[in-house]
Ligand binder design. Structure first.
Ligand code: F6R
Length: 260
């Protein structure tokens, strides 16, 4: 795992957006994995700005969402499909039909999960997956005790996740109890994973994910098993890392062309 400790949100956004830009400029059919929530928003803003100011194009890009609330149709105001359209994909030139998410409103949710896995495979797999991390260490909606080899499936959200996400709903009770999420095994098949975390509320999860043992009780710790993971954290999210000085020095020593 490479850990990059940044001093500002803008720096975090720039580094992640550089990785996305490099992918879409250097790959014929780029496949981008997208997270919702607050963490990736500065990255999306930066990418929209690159699209507007110098024509960075997503016309050939396929996008896959990590997850979707069960029971919400794609066009529901609180669905992740709506979230990503309003905050990112709707502001760049990706074709709307190339932006995929699990079908949270399917009559047969299990079949929708299998279909989603096939769509990812048919697209050639995910080149770069952006991730946030839950305050208890989830990635996607793989809550504690998720199998480290899980595939896309229905999960029950923890009370903590529901209260963390209540800010996006008019009333806390409106947060669905279930979601469809790419599994940890699915996420680990992405060729490059970039995890973003900021603020002190993420410091325990980051400490456990990066420096703790690999355990299903901290789903993000499974990223230690992946050969190409970049964790970008601000000082607050990095505040409990015992080896933060080492991570800073290692990144400083890297020649610019080896940075993501
Ligand atoms: C979102 C997702 C979640 C979030 C995580 C952090 O699609 O799958 O894992 O990334 O809950 O959320 P924020 O960034 O809002 O703190």
């Amino acid at each position: 795992m490479e850990v990059i400790v940044v001093e500002s949100e803008a720096e975090m956004a720039r580094i992640a957006a550089d990785a996305v830009e490099h992918l879409v400029e250097s790959t014929e059919f780029p496949v981008l994995g997208l997270a919702t929530g607050s963490s990736p928003l500065p990255v999306y803003t930066d990418l929209i700005e690159r699209h507007r100011s110098r024509g960075l194009s997503f016309a050939g890009t396929t996008m896959f969402l990590l997850d979707e609330y069960a029971g919400l149709a794609r066009d529901h105001p609180q669905s992740f499909a709506t979230f990503i359209r309003d905050r990112f994909s709707g502001h760049v030139d990706v074709r709307p039909e190339s932006v995929h998410g699990p079908d949270g409103d399917a009559a047969d949710l299990a079949a929708a999960c299998v279909r989603y896995e096939s769509q990812i495979v048919d697209a050639g797999g995910i080149d770069l997956q952006l991730l946030g991390i839950g305050s208890e260490g989830h990635i996607g909606f793989n809550e504690l005790a998720s199998s480290l080899s899980s595939r896309t499936r229905l999960k029950t959200l923890t009370d903590r996740t529901r209260s963390d996400n209540a800010r996006f709903f008019d009333v806390a009770e409106g947060v669905p109890r279930h979601a469809l999420t790419q599994g940890i095994g699915t996420i680990l098949e992405a060729r490059h994973i970039v995890l973003l975390a900021s603020g002190s509320s993420k410091s325990i999860a980051i400490e456990r994910a990066v420096e703790g043992p690999v355990t299903a009780m901290v789903p993000a710790s499974a990223l230690q098993l992946h050969p190409h993971v970049t964790v970008i954290v601000d000082d607050l999210a990095a505040s409990r890392l015992r080896h933060a000085d080492y991570y800073r020095a290692a990144y400083r020593d890297k020649p610019p062309w080896q940075r993501i």
